[in-house]
Design a protein around this ligand. Structure first.
Ligand SMILES: CC(C)(COP(=O)(O)OP(=O)(O)OC[C@H]1O[C@@H](n2cnc3c(N)ncnc32)[C@H](O)[C@@H]1OP(=O)(O)O)[C@@H](O)C(=O)NCCC(=O)NCCS
Length: 406
């Protein structure tokens, strides 16, 4: 008999959380569910039930996502799991079907997620849309490539002042950076600035550093120190959770501060843009020990709305032929009339480029180009020079970046 799949009731919230933890092979941290309950919309969650037991879960958090030239509603897909006892029977497929149908019905043209494994989501039309960079830097090798006199000052602030000052800085970076999503006051309070044992993961308390230039907050860093000593020598690690700056000077002074914290052997950061200014700010990029992995995965749920809601680098027309096995309403040809000020999309036309919706998803935020996908054989060019024109239109001046996994 087919298992029931539906929105959880309030009294099933605990079982929903327990199932997510079990699917990921871990414990449910004490207090976590209560802490995040205010930012959990149960009617955007799904459970699969075997009798009374929750055996599968998914959630689509309400996002306002920055895309090139604007923001669009998106589902922030998270809490995806199926118990080991119920795997490979199509439960995830049913959860994804229901979730994408719901998001489509709600008029949200995009879905985004961080994937635990890259092999899972292609079949549902997701494409890798951004890289995520990490560093594990040698602190004693930090030097600025273009030394400059220090400017401004850094203050360590408490939780309440951080709640007051940080969101405005975040929002200035957010609106300019595809891949960022808006944070509600509740999300700042319950998630970003949370500092319980679960968030600390054995490191010290959350430090909230605000950089002020001419008395105005222009950058901040959230970090923890993981203390360690070896035979009397400090070997601690400064773990940056988030460091955002609104200008080149603010960027320089923020990282100068972070690398200046005493007793640290290394400085790590796990979620940086692939083109982060830090990489060329320092004299020795190799000493940052950069590594790269998957960032955001993106699904175009309503391709026409997604393309019409994005900005373009130039004016021009492009006719795209799309395949989309999981959401067939996107299949067919559409004509994009793009300009830097806006765009319109109409169905029909003779396709100049043909590609799958998951590949267009990789291109959408500006993380990959049509030309790069054509080199893989993933874009068919049916009209000479259409590839170059497409890349001219979709070009962005910065790589997409999502600073927070969810
Ligand atoms: C990933 C997970 C949700 C899959 O659930 P499931 O119910 O077993 O998935 P389905 O039965 O619907 O599988 C659908 C397809 O995806 C494939 N698939 C499932 N998990 C996969 C994985 N981890 N890697 C690659 N392919 C995977 C299946 O083989 C199946 O392929 P097919 O259509 O060609 O037969 C489940 O294994 C799980 O909970 N894993 C641990 C937690 C986790 O990683 N969650 C995702 C967080 S982003």
């Amino acid at each position: 008999m087919e298992l029931e799949l539906r929105i959880p009731r309030e009294d099933e919230y605990g079982a929903f959380g327990q199932a997510i933890a079990s699917a990921h092979g871990g414990d449910l941290p004490a207090g976590l569910l209560d802490r995040i309950r205010p930012v959990t919309e149960l009617d955007r969650c799904l459970i699969a039930l075997d009798g009374a037991e929750v055996v599968g879960t998914a959630e689509a958090v309400r996002f306002s996502l920055t895309v090139p030239g604007g923001t669009l509603a998106a589902g922030g897909v998270t809490s995806v799991g199926v118990l080991p006892t119920h795997r490979r029977r199509g439960l995830l497929t049913r959860l994804m079907r229901r979730q994408l149908d719901d998001l489509h019905a709600w008029g949200e043209p995009l879905a985004v997620l961080w994937a635990s494994e890259g092999g899972i989501y292609h079949r549902f039309g997701y494409g890798l849309a951004s890289w995520n960079a990490r560093i594990e830097a040698e602190r004693d090798r930090f030097a600025l490539r273009h030394p400059a006199e220090p400017e401004g000052g850094v203050r360590l602030v408490g939780h309440a002042e951080a709640l007051e000052l940080l969101p405005a800085v975040y929002d200035r970076v957010r609106v300019a950076t595809p891949g960022f999503f808006a944070r509600s006051a509740l999300a700042w309070e319950c998630v970003t600035l949370a500092d319980d044992e679960h968030e600390r993961q054995g490191a010290g308390p959350l430090c909230r550093a605000v950089l002020e230039l001419d008395g105005r907050p222009e950058a901040y860093a959230l970090y923890r120190v993981r203390r360690a000593w070896e035979r009397g020598v400090p070997k601690s690690r400064l773990e940056v959770a988030e460091a955002l700056a609104t200008s080149p000077v603010a960027e320089r002074e923020l990282w100068r501060y972070l690398f200046g914290v005493d007793l640290m052997e290394t400085l790590s950061s796990r979620r940086l843009a692939i083109d982060h200014p830090l990489f060329l700010l320092v004299q020795e990029p190799a000493r940052l020990h950069l590594s790269v992995g998957d960032g955001l995965w993106l699904r175009l749920i309503d391709v026409a709305a997604a393309l019409a809601g994005r900005g373009y680098a130039a004016a021009g027309t492009l006719r795209l032929g799309l395949t989309d096995a999981f959401c067939p309403w996107n299949e067919g040809t559409l004509t994009l009339e793009a300009s830097p000020g806006g765009a319109s999309v109409t169905p029909g036309g003779e396709p100049e480029l043909v590609l799958d919706v998951s590949d267009l998803a990789s291109i959408y935020l500006g993380g990959f180009t049509f030309a790069a996908l054509a080199r893989l054989g993933r874009v068919e060019e049916r009209c000479p020079a259409a590839l170059a024109r497409a890349d001219l239109l979709f070009r962005t001046d910065r790589n997409p970046w999502c600073p927070e996994s969810f």
